[in-house]
Design a protein around this ligand. Structure first.
Ligand SMILES: [Zn+2]
Length: 317
């Protein structure tokens, strides 16, 4: 716009025009200076402003869609766009799974550093960092409570806590949970998510495989059901012990489950292993897991199986 055209427009401006350029047009039903100069501007200025979403949100690692945390919690941490099952913390998992929590168990066990292990940083420092990051004292949380009308003991690994690795405290907590389940003849449910044994505890960590296996064997001999739910991911010493010794193994869709990682196996056998190798669906086809269950059906499926195993008469249809 040339200076010659601009000059009369600026002269015609009043204070009302400056503060609210479209007000003059509304009052006098005449187009304001701004509307005269820029056709269609009134519609843009009077359009309601879209509220900026400041709610905490999470990006789906699969489809990269951002969803509010409220919507994710409502949908059991399943992406509403692509159905990807996001990681749940152990505490969220147990509170979601149990209708009523009676008590948390195993909090008296705390980690020690008998080997005084140092890799890139000392083990106690790693533990402190993991505790500050997750708000948990260890990688396994145990709670007892109600699953509908069933009394159950349930434990869940928190993968955020040093990769859900199994050290002596994880073993202590699991064995206490199993012994409580045995004493009170309650089913034991374990949500597994782990990278395996905790290398910072060396042999003490590996011993937990035998301890947990022995505790599960006592449950088996007594006829107390032990249900395992394999969530993404489960590897190493946890797969080689408590995660594969259940009476029934359920798995969440596309969960990665194995002993050694895919890359290690590829280097050993010198063969390219294509998808869906080590996925839950692949293991279902090969008889390792009994069923792949969507998270929305997981509570119902678990209840029906456990009620059947406990011979509860009032199983809901
Ligand atoms: Zn998604």
């Amino acid at each position: 716009m040339s200076e010659l055209v601009q000059q009369p427009l600026i002269m015609a401006m009043t204070m009302t025009d400056i503060q609210n350029p479209t007000a003059a047009a509304t009052d006098n039903k005449k187009p304001s200076w701004l509307e005269r100069s820029v056709p269609g501007v009134k519609q843009q200025l009077t359009a309601p402003l879209t509220a900026v979403n400041t709610e905490p949100s999470t990006e789906c690692p699969n489809c990269h869609t951002v969803t509010t945390n409220t919507a994710l919690i409502f949908n059991c941490y399943v992406c509403p766009h692509c159905d990807h099952h996001l990681t749940m913390s152990a505490r969220d998992r147990l509170k979601w799974f149990l209708d009523d929590v009676d008590a948390e168990m195993g909090q008296q066990f705390t980690a020690k550093d008998p080997l005084q292990f140092v890799d890139s940083k000392p083990y106690p420092k790693r533990m402190t960092e993991a505790q500050e990051k997750t708000g948990e004292s260890e990688a396994l949380i145990v709670m007892r409570g109600k699953l509908r009308n069933l009394d159950v003991v349930s434990c869940a690994f928190d993968f955020r806590f040093m990769g859900g690795s199994m050290g002596s405290v994880v073993g202590d907590r699991f064995v206490e949970a199993a012994e409580y389940a045995l004493e009170h003849r309650m089913p034991l449910v374990c949500f597994a998510a782990s990278g395996g044994a905790r290398m910072q505890e060396g042999l003490l960590s590996l011993m937990q495989m035998a301890r947990t296996a022995a505790a599960i064997e006592r449950l088996r001999l007594a006829g107390v059901p032990y249900l395992v739910v394999l969530t993404n991911p489960v590897y190493g010493g946890v797969t080689a012990s408590l995660a594969m010794l259940g009476d029934i193994h359920l798995a969440e869709p596309k969960a990665m489950i194995g002993f050694a990682g895919k890359r290690v196996i590829e280097q050993t056998v010198r063969e390219k292993l294509e998808e869906p190798f080590q996925r839950a669906e692949y293991l279902l086809d090969h008889g390792v897991v009994d069923e792949v269950v969507h998270r929305h059906q997981l509570i119902d499926t678990s209840y029906r199986l456990l009620a059947k195993l406990c011979q509860q008469p009032n199983i809901q249809a």
